[in-house]
Design a protein around this ligand. Structure first.
Ligand SMILES: Nc1ncnc2c1ncn2[C@@H]1O[C@H](COP(=O)(O)OP(=O)(O)OP(=O)(O)O)[C@@H](O)[C@H]1O
Ligand SMILES: [Mg+2]
Length: 396
């Protein structure tokens, strides 16, 4: 049977569970008189229903009730309603049990029969302790929340530091690369001139010798010397290209046409090597004001590399499309790909994996792309091939 004393709301609420109706009524009366909101139940089952309904501040629980084990009721209350404090009512001689009850979460035990003053005093003590403990728990929660937030900030901060460090590292590498290019440009401009003149003379003299030579050995050696002279000349040209800072002619250029011209220049090689060339021009991008020779150089270098990577034939695909006000050009080959250990260095001046490579193709191409506010990077690479991605702003 459930009863509720008539008391105003928001008072300290107590559920009293005792099978002895007299104790129940008497206790309820005393507590109500002292301003408590009381709910009474004469069995554990009803008591539990009251606790679930009102979530009281306190439960006064009789330890010995028919068909009920006080300890298990206590445990149920403590696990289901941790903020509800339980005061056990025990009979005389049950002190040992009472200690056991305290170990299992009871806040206090009161030995029956009890006097009114003692009951009120003990309950008020428990309530004081409860108030402090709940407050501490709240503070603990706030502390954990703050610690969690600090941890999140730390993680965020660490992430940002990592990102900024990576950006700084990239910038430093970029500076080192440009410095290398600049130093190289300065040197090469002077050295190229000095070397080219004697080189021309060597080529000239060899050609004169070839006019009179009859021995096949001599002819072969002279041809080899001329080939090497050509190679030196090509290297010098590349060094000069890499260091060239001023644009010669600039005009409005259709990038698709530039690509066509570069492809055309390579047709003898692609035909001979049975390399299929595929063009996918998905748009006609707005013209770029640029030096056509420079832009062509980008594609020449990319195509040369692609051809080098496809010694046994394959496919060279060029795709042009516009996205987010950017002109995007993809140059893909079905060559051998770039290995992971090589990939970070390919834009470094002088880095080459080829016997006769100067390692200037990609740094020069990238420098030119950047000169026109563009970018150039490896989009993907695998043993099935490589795709380079170029992006330029689509100024209209
Ligand atoms: N399409 C590609 N497939 C596979 N590897 C490539 C490709 N493009 C570039 N590489 C790698 O990047 C390196 C650097 O290329 P880069 O064009 O700068 O120099 P290079 O081709 O070696 O010499 P150069 O172009 O001056 O004759 C190459 O040696 C090669 O290892
Ligand atoms: Mg190259």
């Amino acid at each position: 049977m459930l009863t509720k004393s008539d008391s105003p709301e928001k008072k300290t609420s107590v559920v009293i569970i005792d099978d002895d109706r007299n104790i129940l009524d008497l206790t309820s009366l005393i507590l109500a008189k002292h301003g408590f909101q009381t709910y009474t139940a004469d069995c554990a089952c009803d008591g539990f229903e009251l606790i679930s309904r009102h979530t009281p501040d306190l439960v006064l629980l009789d330890y010995i009730m028919p068909e009920t084990d006080g300890l298990s009721v206590l445990r149920q209350v403590k696990s289901g309603f941790p903020d509800t404090y339980v005061v056990m009512l025990t009979g005389k001689g049950n002190e040992e049990v009472a200690v056991e009850l305290m170990k299992n979460g009871a806040s206090e035990y009161i030995v029956k029969p009890f006097n009114n003053r003692n009951l009120i005093e003990r309950l008020e003590n428990v309530l004081k302790i409860r108030k402090i403990e709940l407050h501490n728990r709240e503070l603990q929660k706030q502390k954990e929340h703050l610690l969690f937030e600090i941890e999140q900030w730390n993680l965020d901060l660490k992430k940002r530091v990592r990102e900024k460090s990576a950006a700084l590292q990239n910038a430093l590498e970029e500076i080192a690369r440009s410095e290398k290019l600049a130093a190289m440009g300065y040197l090469s401009a002077g050295v190229a001139h000095e070397i080219r003149n004697p080189l021309n003379s060597i080529a000239l003299f060899i050609q004169l010798m070839r006019q009179t030579a009859t021995e096949p050995d001599q002819l072969e050696y002279q041809a080899k010397i001329l080939k090497e002279v050509d190679r030196i000349d090509a290297i010098i040209r590349k060094l000069l290209d890499a260091s060239r800072r001023t644009r010669t002619i600039t005009s409005d250029i259709q990038i698709n046409q530039i690509i066509d011209t570069a492809i055309e220049a390579f047709s003898p090689q692609t035909d001979a090597r049975k390399i299929q060339v595929k063009r996918h021009y998905h748009c006609v991008p707005p013209p770029i004001t640029a030096d056509p020779a420079e832009l062509e150089q980008i594609f020449t270098n990319l195509f040369l590399n692609a051809l080098d990577a496809m010694s046994y034939g394959g496919c060279l695909a060029i795709e042009v499309f516009e996205n987010n006000n950017r002109v995007i050009i993809r140059v893909s080959d079905s060559g051998s790909g770039i290995t992971e250990d090589v990939l970070p260095s390919i834009f470094e001046p002088f880095f080459s994996t080829k016997n006769r490579g100067t390692g200037m193709g990609l740094p020069v191409a990238q420098r030119i792309a950047r000169m026109y506010e563009g970018s150039m990077e490896v989009e993907c690479t695998s043993p099935e091939g490589t795709t380079f991605r170029l992006e330029f702003p689509a100024f209209t």
